[in-house]
Design a protein around this ligand. Structure first.
Ligand code: SAM
Ligand code: SF4
Length: 329
């Protein structure tokens, strides 16, 4: 039985958070200090994650994305990739990373079967990096990006969270860098998932505004084909044919109508939306001797309860108790 919600959306995509820990402290995601990370014993083991993924694959999940926190701080991540890649029905495994530890791990991940990489890069100046990440590290990220290319990753996507007052001077240099080196670049609108709860709608630099700034610098952007309607980004090609740019606009242009994503937090809670306030406890089942059928029923229950959309812009919007690093972006 495929995972179809009450709005007919078929779920084929599972985002797996492997840790809530991180080696930097982006202000739009984590607190700077006094963080209470989950003890190791509460995180799903690789065996538990593989079992969950395999039950999900039996229900039609064919794409997996590993995320966190920072997934590369979880020791031996390539071993998990290898196990997930062998699950029948899993066609695609991707990873979202901040890139700091990528230079050391890119080859092992590639050899284990990782197919695609999204690397977060919010700007090209160390000052912007430190303002956002509250730690040093831009050069390590850049080194990680090129190490990934040398390791054989063909499609590398760079993701930049766009924040008014910070991102504007980075837009054209980021696009130039992506065009020069053949990386796809996507701008993501700042969502109300920061741990310190400072988000304000005025800080959202919309995809539309960025598109206009890019057109002023590079000429017309031409809408690209949209082979997969569930993809969150709206993509454009540069008029000279060099490069592609995407906009993920969850705040100003919600794409919930085509959502096919389900999430599991590092400690095994199933979430049917980034913004859901309800969770389904897969860890209790995995550790309590449950059958595959019981785990499948839990996934169905979560998908069945999915709402039509996140409602960020509605007066009734309630922020989830968890911040981005505790959910898995
Ligand atoms: N640590 C990895 C990284 O930064 O790529 C993976 C986890 S991170 C939570 C996943 C993605 O979510 C990153 O691209 C990050 O920039 C983005 N993100 C985090 N907080 C966000 C927020 N409040 N609004 C929009 N995107 C956010
Ligand atoms: Fe860490 Fe990624 Fe969150 Fe930044 S966005 S603090 S890199 S988990």
């Amino acid at each position: 039985m495929p995972l179809v919600d009450s709005f007919g959306r078929v779920h084929t995509n599972l985002r797996i958070s492997v840790t809530d820990r991180c080696n930097i402290r982006c202000f739009y995601c984590m607190p700077d200090e006094n963080i209470r990370f989950k003890p190791r014993s509460e995180l799903l083991t690789f065996e538990e994650l593989a079992r969950l993924a395999s039950v999900a694959a039996g229900l039609g999940i064919n794409k997996l994305r590993l995320t966190g926190g920072e997934p590369l701080v979880r020791a031996g991540l390539h071993q998990l990739v290898r196990v997930l890649a062998a699950i029948p029905g899993v066609e695609d495994i991707a990873l979202t990373t901040n890139g700091i530890l990528l230079a050391e791990q890119a080859q092992a991940l590639r050899d284990a079967g990782l197919q695609r990489l999204n690397i977060s890069l919010d700007g090209l100046s160390e000052a912007t990096f430190q303002r956002i990440a509250r730690r040093e590290g831009l050069q390590r990220v850049i080194d990680g990006i090129f190490a990934a290319r040398r390791a054989g990753f063909e499609r590398i996507r760079l993701n930049a969270v766009a924040i008014r007052g910070i991102t504007e001077p980075e837009i054209v240099p980021l696009a130039g860098f992506a065009r020069e080196h053949g990386f796809e670049l996507r701008f993501i609108e700042f969502m109300p998932l920061d741990a310190e709860q400072h988000w304000q709608s005025e800080q959202v630099l919309s995809g539309e505004e960025i598109r206009r700034l890019l057109e002023a610098a590079f000429g017309e952007l031409i809408p690209a084909d949209r082979p997969d309607p569930s993809q969150p980004a709206t993509d454009y090609d540069f008029a000279d044919g060099v490069g592609r740019i995407g906009f993920i606009n969850p705040v100003t242009q919600s794409f919930c109508g085509d959502c096919n994503r389900l999430r599991v937090t590092a400690e095994g809670q199933i979430r049917n939306c980034l913004f859901s306030i309800e969770e389904w406890d897969a860890r209790a089942l995995l550790r309590g001797g449950a059958s595959d059928e019981q785990i499948a029923a839990l996934l169905h229950a979560s998908v069945g309860a999915k709402k039509a959309g996140h409602g960020i812009n509605s007066d009734e919007f309630l922020r989830p108790a968890r911040a981005m690093y505790q959910i898995g972006g």
